[in-house]
Design a protein around this ligand. Structure first.
Ligand code: ADP
Length: 194
């Protein structure tokens, strides 16, 4: 079983690379951002609760996110080769909760991959995406806020994984194919050590 966290700032390419990884290794792709947007689109209680938070560039509450992930793990655990977690964990509390959830099933995280991209390129990508994405949070004001929240709340997650020897990083600023190739190398290294 392969369990991978894809970590990165908004616009770092988490979603794009996660899809490719899920396809190559036949993993279940869990994107908390996609799950939350689906809840908003359906107008559920969860959706109503998080709509304003997300539109303003803030995070959804940890307990809500963790319980969504727990449900997905339970739903897929019997017939899957593992999971790719995209946009989760985003806080140290979420990272600890993920370890506990996996441990409960006798599983471990294989590796956390940090997609590193310069801030100027992040902003350019997100503004470009905003022209077609229809996302309420892809505009300059909210993009700046999201990058700030990412620095404050999510950068400490990197230390958490560094300390436990599960951290790997790539510079995710060349082509999608080149970046993917590097990521595959990292995954293979995490699996077999060379
Ligand atoms: P991006 O990384 O480009 O911001 P995502 O789709 O991963 O895109 O997330 C969109 C928004 O959804 C985030 O800005 C945040 O408000 C919310 N969100 C997604 N994942 C989480 C999470 N793990 N914890 C809290 N909030 C989250």
């Amino acid at each position: 079983m392969l369990n991978i966290v894809i970590f990165g700032a908004p616009g770092s390419g988490k979603g794009t690379q996660s899809k490719l990884i899920a396809e190559k290794y036949q993993l279940v792709h869990l994107s908390t951002g996609d799950m939350l947007r689906a809840e908003i689109a359906k107008g559920t209680e969860i959706g109503k609760k998080v709509d304003a938070l997300i539109s303003n560039g803030n995070y959804a509450p940890d307990n809500l996110i963790v319980s969504m992930i727990e449900q997905e793990i339970d739903a897929h655990k019997k017939n899957c080769n593992g999971f790719i977690f995209d946009g989760f964990p985003r806080t140290v509390a979420q990272a600890k909760a993920l370890d506990e959830l996996l441990e409960k099933h006798g599983k471990k995280l294989t590796v956390m991959i940090d997609l590193h991209v310069e801030e100027k390129l992040l902003i350019d990508r997100l503004l470009k995406r905003g022209l077609t994405s229809g996302r309420a949070d892809d505009n300059l004001e909210v993009i700046k806020k999201r990058l700030e929240v990412h620095k404050q709340k999510s950068l400490p997650v990197l230390d958490f994984y560094k300390k436990s020897g599960r951290y790997a990083s790539v510079q995710n600023s060349s082509t999608i194919e080149q970046n993917f190739e590097q990521i595959v190398h990292l995954i293979e290294f995490s699996i077999c050590g060379f």
